[in-house]
Design a protein around this ligand. Structure first.
Ligand SMILES: [Zn+2]
Length: 390
């Protein structure tokens, strides 16, 4: 049985963009409370991270930007670097809180490198939009890019990053676009229709890294079955050929039908199926090494806590049955914070977690995306884009 590390400290709740901002840390708090109430975290030590230091932040960011983040709370107007915008408002202790998020993902990576665990999960991480010199899409520092860079220095030279957030994982892709040692895969709502407007199938990597950026641009409205059909048509084959030594997954849950910021249509059952699939892929193709982080997700009460409880449970091999009732103790805690919220009764949305595989002769709306992506990258791996067996 693989050992699993869980990184969590309530200090991570300090990454708080404000009460009116969609990225509200209550989603993390309610997730940990739900997982605890269900017994998922019983006897599991929660590892508290230290903030990432300057040396680590410089792996993904410019010195000018880091200095701007440090000074932003005192600087007043015209901070620049994407800071002080509606998406990325300046907040007290912004640098320290953001560095702690990076530290949480680094701690997970460190556990795997030091052999303390084969899997690690930190739901506070996943800030995949942050760029070297500017904040973007609610993300100040790119914990994913820092962790990948650090792992490269620990001797890993085939790292796979798979991003299941509804938004394109643009910051991580950009950081390693010309690095053949890092495979970035992102499935997301089509960039015509959603921030950040990148993530086309034609973005495949540069130079000798051509083929190591993989993008699947899904049509709005895609549900569990379509998402899983597209994933299975692309990702397992690429991972099998890339042969990663470690799988890192950004597990944003803003792909849910009830998410207020995007237009895919997944359920918590679809999310649960995705996590079980990622676990299986890590076991099959990455020597079991799996580092999972959070990401987006803005239905703070009905969706994020349940989906990420399933994530924690999956990493810990303590899978929670979909029919499991939501504990009354958790519901009481939620009502204290949000008296009028409609609460879920169980750990399922009643969604089907089955799908029909690509190549079955049906004409699913996601098949356009599947064909585009396979034709863009499969030849780089010696795979036939038009043969469903590949
Ligand atoms: Zn997102």
């Amino acid at each position: 049985m693989p050992s699993s590390a869980v990184v969590w400290d309530p200090a991570l709740l300090a990454y708080d963009l404000g009460d009116d901002h969609p990225f509200n840390p209550v989603r993390l708090d309610l997730t940990v409370r739900l997982a605890t109430a269900l017994g998922v975290l019983d006897d599991v030590p929660l590892l508290a991270p230290d903030p990432a230091g300057e040396t680590e932040l410089l792996r993904a960011h410019t010195p000018e930007y880091i200095e701007a983040v440090r000074r932003a709370p005192m600087a007043g107007h015209d901070v620049g670097h994407g800071l002080g915008t509606p998406d990325n408002p300046v907040f007290v202790d912004m640098h320290d809180a953001s560095a702690l998020v990076v530290g949480s993902t680094l701690l997970g990576a460190r556990c795997l490198v030091e052999g303390r665990a084969t899997r690690a999960v930190g739901i506070a991480g996943g800030l995949h939009h942050a760029m070297p010199g500017h904040a973007s899409g609610f993300c100040v520092y790119n914990d994913c890019a820092v962790a990948v860079s650090w792992l490269l220095d620990q001797g890993f030279d085939r790292i796979a990053y798979v991003d299941t957030d509804v938004h394109h994982g643009d910051g991580v892709q950009a950081a390693f676009y010309d690095d053949p040692r890092v495979l970035t895969v992102s499935l997301h709502q089509h960039p015509f229709t959603l921030f950040p407007g990148t993530g086309y199938a034609a973005e495949t990597g540069a130079g000798e890294a051509d083929g190591t950026a993989v993008n699947v641009a899904l049509p709005p409205g895609t549900g569990d079955a379509g998402w899983l059909r597209a994933f299975h048509a692309v990702v397992p084959s690429v991972l099998e050929r890339f042969r990663p030594q470690i799988l890192i997954t950004q597990c944003g849950v803003d792909s849910h039908a009830e998410d207020p910021l995007a237009d895919l249509s997944l359920s918590v059952d679809g999310h649960r199926r995705i996590y079980r699939t990622l676990r299986e892929l890590a076991d099959t193709h990455a020597d079991g090494r799996w580092l999972a982080v959070g990401g987006g997700g803005y239905q703070l009460i009905r969706v994020v806590p349940r989906s990420w409880t399933h994530l924690l449970a999956t990493v810990l091999d303590r899978d929670v049955a979909p029919s499991t009732p939501v504990p009354a103790t958790w519901a009481e805690q939620v009502r204290e914070k949000a008296p009028n919220a409609a609460l879920p009764g169980t750990m399922t949305d009643g969604g089907a977690d089955s799908f029909s595989p690509w190549g079955d002769g049906d004409d699913d709306p996601v098949d356009v995306a599947v064909r585009e992506t396979r034709r863009a990258v499969f030849p780089s791996y010696g795979l036939d884009p038009d043969d469903p067996r590949d």
